[in-house]
Design a protein. Structure first.
Length: 543
């Protein structure tokens, strides 16, 4: 070989051995732009679905907490929360929504749509894994399809979007699993895991009882069996253990500084004698969560039958994906193992703990199973051999995306009527008649406050002979201070079976000076401050 030939070949060899050329900027930004458009469309259609539904007192109280948060009550001093507060995720989103749109009917709808969209983005991040190109878009489309089956004709929109009840907590799960699956070898990963798990446990204790154990179980199975301990995943497992102590310490410090009261969660072991109905209740709740009509299977009408079959399709895919992971445990990735383990722990925790309830009404306790099942199903079915062929990948992506679009659009005002609120016109009537501070049972109190932008304040109570007890479930102690507030009316339901009847109100406050019947409600007006009849609040065990 001549010297000139060597000079020609050497640069070529160096060029082949070097790093691959960087893709042009526009080529790298194209997928980002496409995902932004997908996210915007997903959010817009979620908002359209949310807009036609009615939010309840739980949503209203979180909105009021957000209102206090942006007005300087950072630790929510004086608030009596339920056994979850969603302080580190849902609540800031509601606060931002109130900051932008003001206290009113718009903010809760926007906050719910934002939270479900963020859950969708976290689900796509985990489902995508290390796939690229059309393969990644197939997984995104499948996540969208499975997550929106619950929104077919708006069937599950209240559970997954409108009521802040564990649904957005799943974002902590998904982000933690991304860290474990894709970034375990990064130096910052243990610190990121510690932060995510600590914030999750402050927000919702299901993070402590489901997310942390799922990480430790998967780590233990993989590492103790192989007797390998010095791995990047071990550092994340240690961070998971430490997060429990850190979250306890942080919550203790918050209480010392005057933060909100948190009711003790039902985390005890259920008596063995109740396990039989816990078992049936768990499965009924799971079917109901996915929209499957277990009482009148498949449904009394064609409309209801369609909900059953579409929800049942998502549920069957989820079950098959769990079985696939269990059978092929050693061949699947960590993300699949984590999701499968979390689903099993979620259902087992509901089955064997005192949180379970008879029948199919407890699915909201493990509503995160919908998103986890969607991710696991997308990862499982996208990896099937036929869908590895380019032409089938493109077709599968188109079909899944179209199905998601249909599910989302079907629940909007284009095809479904808007559910009217009885409390919105009631609030307007109270404001028109200058009745600005009053009392009611829980479900009729805070929604009126939010609908009127705080111009009419209605506080939740429990009646007793000769007076009342403040309802310490998502309420604030300052509301019942008779030296600062003057309550002059009671909202009662005149019909039998109402949570607060006219007779109960009269037994607590006496005969009213005037009574007005407004849209089925009895507005009982008094000539003295009703808060003077209040007994001290009764608080159960706290955290």
């Amino acid at each position: 070989m001549t010297e000139s030939a060597q000079q020609v070949e050497e640069p070529v060899a160096r060029e082949e051995d070097g790093p691959p050329p960087r893709r042009p900027l526009h080529a790298r930004l194209r997928p980002v732009g496409a995902m932004v458009l997908v996210t915007a469309a997903f959010f817009a259609l979620c908002l359209a679905q949310s807009w036609r539904q009615v939010w309840n007192a739980d949503t209203a109280n979180v909105t009021l907490q957000g209102w206090d948060l942006i007005h300087g009550q950072v630790l929510l001093h004086g608030w009596w929360s339920t056994d979850v507060n969603f302080y580190t995720f849902d609540l800031p989103v509601y606060a931002l929504s109130v900051l932008v749109f003001g206290l009113g009917s718009t903010a809760p709808h926007v906050a719910g749509a934002v939270l479900y969209t963020l859950t969708f983005l976290a689900a796509c991040w985990l489902a995508k894994g290390r796939s690229q190109g059309v393969a990644s878009w197939l997984r995104v489309a499948m996540v969208a399809m499975f997550m929106t089956t619950a929104l077919w004709v708006g069937a599950g929109v209240v559970t997954v979007m409108i009521v802040p009840d564990h649904s957005a907590t799943i974002c902590f799960f998904l982000v933690a699993y991304v860290l474990y699956d894709r970034f375990a070898d990064r130096r910052w990963a243990p610190w990121a895991m510690l932060v995510v798990l600590t914030l999750g446990q402050i927000s919702d204790l299901s993070t402590r009882y489901v997310l942390v154990p799922s990480l430790l179980v998967v780590w233990a199975i993989e590492h103790l069996r192989a007797r390998r301990l010095r791995t990047p995943e071990t550092r994340l497992a240690i961070a998971a253990v430490l997060s429990v102590g850190v979250s306890y310490g942080l919550r203790t410090a918050m209480i010392h500084l005057g933060a909100y009261y948190l009711a003790k969660a039902n985390t005890g072991l259920a008596p063995i004698s109740t396990w039989h109905w816990h078992f049936t209740g768990t499965w009924e709740s799971l079917f109901t969560l996915f929209g499957v009509d277990v009482t009148n299977f498949p449904g009394g009408t064609a409309f209801r039958t369609s909900i059953t079959f579409i929800g049942g399709f998502a549920l069957v895919c989820g079950v098959l994906s769990v079985l696939h992971t269990l059978i092929r445990w050693r061949r699947v990735e960590n993300a699949d193992r984590l999701l499968t383990t979390a689903v099993i722990i979620y259902l087992a925790a509901y089955e064997f703990s005192t949180v379970g309830v008879p029948g199919g009404g407890g699915g909201y306790e493990f509503v995160g199973v919908i998103a986890m099942s969607a991710v696991l199903s997308a990862r499982t079915f996208a990896s099937l051999r036929p869908l590895r062929l380019p032409v089938y990948r493109v077709a599968g992506t188109a079909v899944a995306a179209l199905a998601a679009l249909v599910f989302l659009v079907s629940g909007t005002g284009l095809f479904q009527g808007t559910v009217p609120s009885q409390l919105k016109p009631l609030g307007a009537w109270l404001e028109q008649h200058n009745l600005t501070y009053g009392l009611a049972e829980y479900w009729n109190a805070s929604p009126v406050t939010v609908y009127t932008g705080g111009r009419v304040a209605v506080r939740p109570i429990l009646t007793e002979p000769g007076g009342f007890i403040p309802r310490t479930w998502n309420a604030r102690s300052q509301w019942f201070d008779a030296t600062k507030n003057d309550a002059t009316f009671v909202i009662a339901g005149p019909e039998q079976g109402a949570n607060l009847t006219v007779a109960q109100a009269e037994g607590s406050f006496g005969k009213p000076a005037a009574v007005y019947n407004v849209d089925g409600f009895a507005i009982m007006v008094y000539d003295y401050n009703l808060l003077t009849k209040g007994s001290p609040a009764i608080l159960g065990p706290g955290d």
